[in-house]
Design a protein around this ligand. Sequence first.
Ligand code: PLP
Length: 478
Amino acid sequence: MLGQPSEHGAAGRESTVPNRVGENDKGSSNQGASGQGDGRRDREKQRFWHGFANMANVTSADEVVIVRGEGCEVFDRGGRRYLDATAGLWYCNVGYGRQEIAKAVERQMRELPAYSTFGLYANEPALELCERVSRLAPVTDARVFLTCNGSDAVDTAAKMARRYWNQVGKPDKQVIIGRDLAYHGMDAYGTSLAGISANAQGYGPLVPGVAQVAHDSVEALADEIERQGPENVAAFIGEPVIGAGGVYPPPDNYWRGVAELCRENDVLLIADEVITGFGRLGRWFGCERYGFEPDLLVFAKGVTSGYVPLGGVVVGPRVQEPFWSGSGVAFKHGYTYSGHAAACAAALANLDIIESEELVDRVSAFEPQWAESIFSLADHPLVEEVRVVGLLGAVDVSNEELEARPGLVEEVVANAREEGILTRSLRGAAIHLSPAFVITKEQADALVAGLSRALDGAQEGASPAPATPERSGDDRLE
Ligand SMILES: Cc1ncc(COP(=O)(O)O)c(C=O)c1O
């Protein structure tokens, strides 16, 4: 299924498909009519508004239109091959081109694409998926609420936590504490809870009753709970490893300390496993790696490997109790596509692949080699720090250089693309790495070689600087 490593060569130097953008063919894969000399008319025809982009800088000549994927590689409309260093946006864990998932979705769509799951209704794939996720998740006797994506799952968990406290007679417990550098999606709740301030600017007040603490300090959380008053704090939310904020693993014993603190103060613990869930850290879930059991576990991305959007919340016994026991109460919340049958069929086929190919164990076994490859970039003069955990990585660019050239990471990203490597900037400070679980050692080495040349290019300042969004410097992704 994977492209032959040799086809990559040194990130495509020897490939039969030209990976590196040649001198004359910059943008040959980009199909804007700009080559036809009528840029303005072409601009008027553009309709697709890209996320996290300044559309004043994205012409159709700049767009990279991806048409196909196979394993860890994707191809653009001009046939150019790229090694996808990020598995899309941290999701395509089983790799591209999995016919089993496509077939499962097709089968389900022919039978029943979707039906309401409000009230009494359910469908077979949703029932089976919730059963399976509850067995896999490190949450005792779990129940599962399905959503459309990670942002909705964060919103669901936050609302569920507050609704829980209201139902058990503690309606003042409303504050939810998050962390600096955290990313919890782009719904209003997630934007409010997250710790990447650039993403919350320009809206005025979003969701009230949120607070942020340092991402690496149990004491900071203890102080904030104290400051708010435990009687006002509903929950604490955190990613086992911070992802979009720059791939920051927790300090030793951080999560055990947080779990204990939350227990002592009667604060619910929400683990946002949208990136770390389903194997990314070499365990099914990040909580297992760090030895704690959350009250609520948020998932998305890896549950379907992104073949179809789907997310959800795994709910532990404490939070279930007032909703499921005694006379119960309706949780007046749900999405049109909660439990979408075709999305759940995709998830089941994806989990089949992860299990039958033992991909979680593969990530765990591959981690040392992955780390060795990525850490070899640490010696580059433009690199400040490298962080690796599981099959995640981030390469921080020199702070000093960044001060002088704020668009430096975006420059490296653009150079990398010309080397046949697709990656992106995390907060304008780091290069994002989270390939599919099926990446080979040869591909990891090719990735490092391509990144190293991309860094060289930025160091020499030799690369041309077309006005791509990555180069504009003010479009920091997430
Ligand atoms: C930790 C975390 N939570 C939530 C989300 C939001 O997920 P989605 O983009 O599917 O809404 C993301 C997305 O990157 C994430 O990384």
